[in-house]
Design a protein around this ligand. Sequence first.
Ligand SMILES: Cc1cc2nc3c(=O)[nH]c(=O)nc-3n(C[C@H](O)[C@H](O)[C@H](O)COP(=O)(O)OP(=O)(O)OC[C@H]3O[C@@H](n4cnc5c(N)ncnc54)[C@H](O)[C@@H]3O)c2cc1C
Ligand code: SF4
Length: 479
Amino acid sequence: MGKTTGFMEYDRHDAPYRAVAERVKDFNPVELRPSEKDVREQAARCMDCGTPFCFGCGCPLDNVIPEWNEQVYQGRWKEALDILLSTDNFPEFTGRICPAVCEGSCVLGINKEPVSIRQIELEIIEKGFDLGYMTPKPPSKRLDARVAVIGSGPAGLTVADTLNRAGYGVVVYDAAEKPGGILRYGIPEFKLGKWVVDRRIRLMEAEGVVFENNVWVGEDISYHYLQNRFDAICLSGGAREPRDLKIPGRDLKGIHFAMDFLVQQNRRLGNEKLDPVRDILAAGKKVLVIGGGDTGSDCVGTSIRQGATQVSQIEILPEPPLARAETTPWPRWPNMLRVSSSHKEGGTRRWSVATQKIEGENGAVKAVQCIEVEWVTPAPGARPVMKEKAGTEFTIEADLVLLAMGFVGPGRNKLVEDLGIKTEPSGAISRDARNMTSIPGIFVAGDMTHGASLVVRAMRDGRRAAEGIAEYLKHKPSV
Ligand SMILES: Cc1cc2nc3c(=O)[nH]c(=O)nc-3n(C[C@H](O)[C@H](O)[C@H](O)COP(=O)(O)OP(=O)(O)OC[C@H]3O[C@@H](n4cnc5c(N)ncnc54)[C@H](O)[C@@H]3O)c2cc1C
Ligand code: SF4
């Protein structure tokens, strides 16, 4: 432990953000880097607890947080980087967009603000780049076996990176124009600059990973094509089938899935070709975002930047409490109100609101009729059920409605269907303990198997799948 009294001497200081009035005028990242002095003081707050709950119980990647906090406090950035990279393939992604599950389990968080783990993690990796430690490190020895990874989101990238470092030949296929999955096309630039994704892809290429984009596996190339060229395959195609809103008026013009809107904006900023007929823009519009999660909040920030005249967001669940709910005691991830950087930029939020019908004019959406609801627990321990509150109907004017109500599963995948790969009732791909599907040699990782979740969970799953693949290849007679 670096400084025994650090947690008593220093309060938590979060990294600065660009001023709202300035940042809403562009799509550039909103979070700024703290000074080195600040980061070292923040790392000194770590108590190096006997039983650190931040990993094991908190971080899905088991990042060894107290160890790197100690090195940061001492100013030993290279040592901190080596410890961080031993468990986290891409700290520049988790350090920017992880909700910091670890901080919910930080022991200091029991009676003070938890250690600002995510921000320290980000500084370790960015210092690593600044100081020239993040150079390409191809494996010293190449093995004969080759692996195809289908999907270049955080899960596929983690599988590819882990196996490439172990010496396997890896090709990553993706249907999109550029690699990155939701990191590139879903999450807005103001949360994760795409130069960060490009920088990592360049590093992986220099280390030997091959990226093949604009390739729909199952349509453009078949399983037999892959089977003849690779010793194992990993499916990491994500779970992007959106939940729809089946109420009268749904087919009016101006109602879109959130991802269609967000992907377009990212493609626009990336100078990719867009179909002008299908352009979805919030400029000059009254926008209603239905769904109160991360995707919804990204729609709020994007709509504000595009120049919406009004932005409203509604959520069917009740408003979370301001402090940790009793139902999620420490060290569990706290259920509590979260206010994103986008929420601080404008718009209104309402909870416990259900939608009843969408009203239109000349075939286009004009307003959405809503009603307040309450959540009642029918018996102790039973799941709460939703009840509409009679007489509370109201309408929200809107000429652009964005549906951000989550994802139901991976959707149709020709390769999975053709091979008859076993799936769960939700459509998620079934797997065994080492992430192998029902077809030997075909593995799965990320949202495609556990449902829409978090980048850090997709990466954890990618590491597990890579281990499973390496173990399988060790015993495969033809390898
Ligand atoms: C708008 C939005 C914001 C989010 N914000 C956050 C956040 O702030 N923090 C966080 O932790 N998580 C966030 N998430 C969740 C997180 O991004 C996902 O959990 C994560 O990206 C899943 O990774 P993945 O690799 O499994 O899939 P994806 O990232 O979805 O990548 C799947 C890739 O597979 C490709 N693919 C699919 N099928 C084929 C095929 N047949 N052939 C070739 N390629 C194929 C797709 O083109 C895609 O590139 C967000 C999600 C969304 C939608
Ligand atoms: S990856 Fe997320 S949960 Fe893990 S240490 Fe980093 S911020 Fe915390």
